[in-house]
Design a protein around this ligand. Structure first.
Ligand code: GBH
Length: 458
């Protein structure tokens, strides 16, 4: 297949997240986060590892960014660790950490790479969790303050800012099924965490707009392409619920200023949300772009007895605990996620429908597979290369269809600490040997270099 060609101003980047790559968790005044705590809960992480070493990017960032430049990337999406910048969550600011992220941004600029900073990629300072975490509104205030001071300090070297990465994951995996930190299972109260995350986003954008920096501001949501397993009314209902909890519950308040009533009703939380309807004007801030992390599609079917909800099941989908996700037999990655490139157009359209004209970026897309390391040391990852190629083609198709897609970030630059799967899942286009910290560009990384070299120049 010839390389898909995108417009000359299309942003080609790659993405990472602080706790997944930095290591150095006790250095230069960093405080503990909920992931330091959660990773030590027996059984929480499938391989028993934690992020203490990860990719040691804290010490190796300069070489890592140089390698990124060698492959031709024009943008780097990294995340700022809140527990580095404000070690106890509120109050004292740690200048050494602001200096660290300034060095990252400056190193990017030296290589002609545009830095994009995400302010929250899941590493909540532990002291805030001890005071209720995202279940209490004070955490939204604390986030906004941390976001504003970080933006004020670095806004001269970082132009593009993402408030939250995937609030669905923070709220529903963190407080719903408990598979992510802080590992709580509070039933439909997990939606309160979602509300406070979104409130934190809105408050942060308000404060960042008020600064002297004229920055480009957005949020990143994880969205799914969703379809019913059949033409039956029951399967249509299953798809409505899946789309509701996974997509609309986040898209609607952020872009339209309202929560979807049907989802509130499914989860039985109308009253609590009605009392907070005054927050929606804060949540619904004008944005300069919307980021989407796109990985996969869900094919939803009704449970046999037609009973969708069961509050006794710890769930990441309150009100839809018993919806069935059908295995369609399509190719899957090593995570078990279906490969469905055309769904990328569906999720971009979800934003475009609600917010016509707002630029959209795919801020993550990528795949875990088992790499084959050849005797000569080269890393063969044809499955990943193919996945990336299909999704780059989907980007070209989206642009050709007139959708407002303006860029794409590959997840991830490096193999990294994959949350509940620890070091046992590799998403990198660059392999990391966790013992030696040696980096090896995989076949998919070299393919990316060729793709980027073939793009029209602006
Ligand atoms: C992203 O989340 C994260 O931002 C990133 O840190 C992470 O490393 C990367 O993806 C890879 O996992 O089991 O079929 O119901 C991805 C969000 C949420 C997508 C859970 C898949 C489950 C799909 N993921 N979701 S399924």
């Amino acid at each position: 297949m010839a390389h898909p060609a995108l417009p000359a101003d299309f942003v080609w980047g790659t993405a990472t997240a602080s706790y997944q790559i930095e290591g150095a968790v006790a250095e230069d005044g960093r405080g503990p986060s909920i992931w330091d705590t959660f990773a030590r809960v027996p059984g929480a992480i499938s391989d028993g590892t934690n992020g203490d070493r990860a990719d040691d990017h804290y010490h190796r960032y300069a070489a890592d960014i140089a390698l990124m430049a060698e492959l031709g990337f024009g943008a780097y999406r990294f995340s700022v660790a809140w527990p580095r910048v404000v070690p106890t969550g509120t109050g004292e600011v740690n200048q050494a950490s602001l200096d660290f992220y300034r060095r990252i941004a400056e190193t990017c600029h030296e290589h002609g790479i545009t830095p994009w900073a995400t302010l929250y990629h899941w590493d909540l300072p532990q002291p805030l969790e001890d005071r209720g975490g995202w279940l209490v509104p004070e955490t939204a205030q604390a986030f906004a303050e941390y976001a504003a001071l970080t933006h004020e300090a670095l806004g001269d070297v970082v132009s593009h800012w993402i408030t939250l990465n995937e609030p669905w994951c923070s709220a529903l995996l963190g407080y719903g099924n408990g598979v992510h930190a802080p590992g709580k299972q509070v039933g439909s109260d997990a939606l309160k965490a979602a509300h406070h995350l979104l409130l934190g986003h809105g408050l942060a954008v308000q404060k960042m707009r008020a600064s002297s920096h004229d920055s480009t501001l957005g949020i990143t949501l994880n969205l799914y392409s969703v379809r019913p397993a059949s033409g039956s009314a029951a399967d249509a209902e299953a798809a409505r619920r899946t789309d509701g909890m996974g997509n609309r519950f986040f898209l609607d308040p952020v872009l339209l200023g309202s929560y979807p009533d049907d989802v509130l009703a499914d989860a039985g939380v109308q009253e609590w949300f009605a009392e907070r309807s005054g927050d929606l004007a804060t949540i619904n801030q004008p944005l300069d772009f919307v980021g989407i992390n796109y990985y996969s599609r869900h094919t939803a079917a009704a449970p046999e007895d037609g009973r969708f909800a069961d509050p006794s099941i710890p769930s990441a989908t309150p009100g839809s605990e018993r919806v069935v996700h059908v295995d369609t037999g399509a190719d899957k990655t090593f995570m078990g996620w279906e490969v469905h490139p055309d769904g990328l157009l569906d999720v971009v359209a979800m934003v475009a429908e609600r917010s016509p004209g707002t630029p959209v970026y795919i801020t993550e897309n990528g795949a875990a597979y088992d790499d084959v390391v050849s005797p000569d040391g080269s890393v063969e990852d044809e499955d990943r290369r193919r996945y990336l190629e299909l999704h780059a083609q989907a980007c070209a198709d989206a642009v050709a269809a007139g959708l407002p897609l303006r860029g794409y970030f590959a997840w991830s630059f490096l193999d990294n600490w994959e949350w509940a799967f620890g070091e046992s899942r590799r998403f990198g286009i660059v392999r990391v040997d966790y013992e030696t910290q040696e980096r090896t560009v995989k076949r998919s990384g070299w393919w990316f270099r060729d793709l980027l070299a073939a793009q029209p120049k602006g």
